[in-house]
Design a protein around this ligand. Structure first.
Ligand code: NDP
Ligand code: GDR
Length: 330
């Protein structure tokens, strides 16, 4: 039986990845950091019905001794480093913490693997945010980075550390440059889930409108369930490498609003307000990925369309709020 260690298992991607690996017969371990308030194991694992099937290990990415112990205890064949302070806007108000967790945390994980499990295969959750101030209409593995936030700068550090440990120490370390991916398990602070949650509230008469920031921003949105497959495929290759994972379709926040409200029979223009308070100090205007390398080398392709994902997210939020949403789990 193969063993996997997932940091960030209580997050969106960690939950979907854990479910996929359990389905493939892995023993799945995850890091659990102490919190005084949250429910220990995480609502997302419960939502997927797998909370009893994973082994949780007490550790924090900023505490090297704790993650060394987690690596030793799990004896992993594969390590997926998904933990991060992942909300871009918060990275301007907590830049140092973001650097510590999102940047140095990855270095801690690489060190722990180098010391305690050098034969394990390592995945780093890199991000399209690294492209930042875009200099190419479509971004692939050769597009230069221009980070536009403390989050993106920390991710760029983590990305290059992953490349460096591959080249310096021969670790089987791969970096997935993933474009935005969403699901009913997306955090409520991210724009897609903020919109689908608002649609459900408005539909059920619990709210009248939602306040957003930049409606012109464009993102290449895929589904998390599809994207965790690409992570796993990277670690099944003979040689470690870096891959862009994207749908190749770029959509504005405005168009996402239209789709989500229309799914509930609502006109978005009557319920969306804009407030400059939701703008960012520096914006990433457009993201549009080219995943040709992943399609070719990994034989990976996204299965779920944007329209299907929007429908799934709106229905899940309706159900959460006590409405008549039809639960569909991709
Ligand atoms: P989430 O924000 O949903 O999950 C983040 C996870 O990191 C949570 O499990 C959180 O634990 C954990 N974490 C945060 N700080 C620490 C810490 N100090 N020690 C240990 N664990 C910690 O992120 P996603 O699932 O959306 O994303 C997964 C990864 O992929 C992240 O690294 C993100 O930056 C990256 N990424 C995401 C993309 C996306 O569109 N979703 C696109 C590209 C990259 P807790 O539950 O305790 O808070
Ligand atoms: P992003 O995701 O920053 O791309 O990072 P987010 O959903 O937060 O923003 C996407 C775009 O929408 C615009 N926007 C708003 N965003 C939020 N959160 N709230 C609003 O009210 C709002 N109005 C407009 C933003 O300005 C932005 O342009 C996500 C995270 O998952 C990262 O961890 C990951 O690395 C990248 O995706 C790829």
């Amino acid at each position: 039986m193969k063993s996997a260690l997932i940091t960030g298992i209580t997050g969106q991607d960690g939950a979907y990845l854990a479910r996929m690996l359990l389905g493939k017969g892995y023993r799945v371990h995850g890091l659990l950091r102490r919190s005084a308030s949250s429910d220990a194991i995480g609502e997302r694992l419960r939502w997927l019905g797998i909370e009893a099937d994973v082994v949780m290990l007490d550790a924090d990415l900023m505490d090297l001794s704790s993650i060394l112990r987690a690596v030793e205890m799990s004896r992993p064949d594969e390590v997926y480093n998904l933990a991060a302070q992942s909300f871009v806007k918060t990275s301007w108000t907590q830049p140092l913490l973001t650097g510590q967790v999102t940047g140095m945390g990855a270095a801690n994980m690489l060190e722990a693997v180098r010391i305690a499990a050098p034969r394990a295969r390592f995945y780093q959750a890199s991000s399209s945010e690294m492209y930042g101030k875009i200099q190419a209409p479509v971004q692939d593995e050769r597009t230069p980075f221009y980070p536009r936030s403390p989050y993106a700068a920390a991710k760029a550090f983590a990305h290059w550390m992953t490349v460096n440990y591959r080249e310096s120490f021969g670790l089987h370390a791969s970096s997935g440059i993933l474009f935005n991916h969403e699901s009913p398990l997306r955090g409520i602070e991210f724009v897609t889930r903020k919109i689908t949650d608002a649609v459900a509230r408005i539909r059920l008469g619990l709210a009248d409108h939602v306040v957003l920031g930049n409606l012109d921003a464009r993102r290449d949105w895929g589904h998390a369930a599809d994207y965790v497959e690409a992570m796993w495929l990277m670690l099944q290759q003979e040689h470690a490498d870096d891959y862009v994972v994207a749908t190749g379709r770029s959509t504005s926040v405005r168009e996402f609003c239209r789709l989500a409200f229309a799914h509930a029979g609502l006109d978005w223009e009557r319920h969306v307000r804009v407030d400059a308070a939701h703008l960012r100090p520096a914006e990433v205007d457009v993201l549009h990925g080219d995943a040709s390398k992943a399609r070719r080398a990994l034989r990976w392709a996204p299965r779920i369309t944007l329209e299907e994902m929007v429908a799934e997210m709106v229905e899940a939020d309706l159900e959460r709020l006590g409405g008549k949403g039809k639960r569909r789990v991709a």
